[in-house]
Design a protein around this ligand. Sequence first.
Ligand code: 4FV
Length: 258
Amino acid sequence: MRFDILTLFPKMFSSPFEESILGRAIEKGLIQIRIINIRDFALDKHQVVDDTPYGGGQGMVMKGEPIARSIEWIKSEDPSARVIYLTPQGRPFDQEQAQALASRAHLIFLCGRYEGIDERVRDLFVDEEISIGDYVLTGGELAAMVVIDAISRLLPGVLGSDRSAIEDSFFNSLLEYPQYTRPYDFRGSLVPEVLLSGNHLAISQWRQREALKRTWVRRPDLLAKAPLSEEDRRILKEIQGDKSTKDCDCLARRNNEG
Ligand code: 4FV
């Protein structure tokens, strides 16, 4: 899969894509990432890429021409490439969108800066707008990294075993179950016995129950769109009826303790 990134700060991408899973995916040729400096497409001798907003107001706006020429340069090679603009005004990014985008061959990420880009670039060149959250960043670069990471780990061969992407949080719209590893006794806190039982049915039932409990306590909004079985609904009733459920969730407890 090919990712082209349009940015005014190419060096921001050096290390994130050299390390760990993404770094190996690039080495294995599973993903190709090209960092393109929009300023290289500014024609004037000072390579100006931004200007003051029409109608006045604070800050600067990124000019249309350098962005348009950078997109046209990429599309001259591959007209099917899809242009994604990272912006707080975009569709909230989620796992479902990551899965949808993972089926594409070539994505172009447009990273805004300052007050954003000239509106006409959106009308003429942008296919999709994504927001990684309701807060304002200094630029779209970090958002592009987040989206590329979430997509790449869904591609065959990128994660150790593709199975782990299937067991993700949100894969079935539920939060993930608690994880434990050695030692058995950590600061006096022991690993739940069922996990040492070797009884795989009991272990998966415990994990599903914990995932349902954690989702109900922390993100009840997710339950609404989770594909729940009759058994899940029965367990949920039990959990919701059990007064101690909320207390057993360390985070919920700490949050309540404030
Ligand atoms: C953002 C977000 C974001 C807004 C002004 C870049 C900044 C600056 N992008 N999700 N939240 N972008 O805050 O994607 O141009």
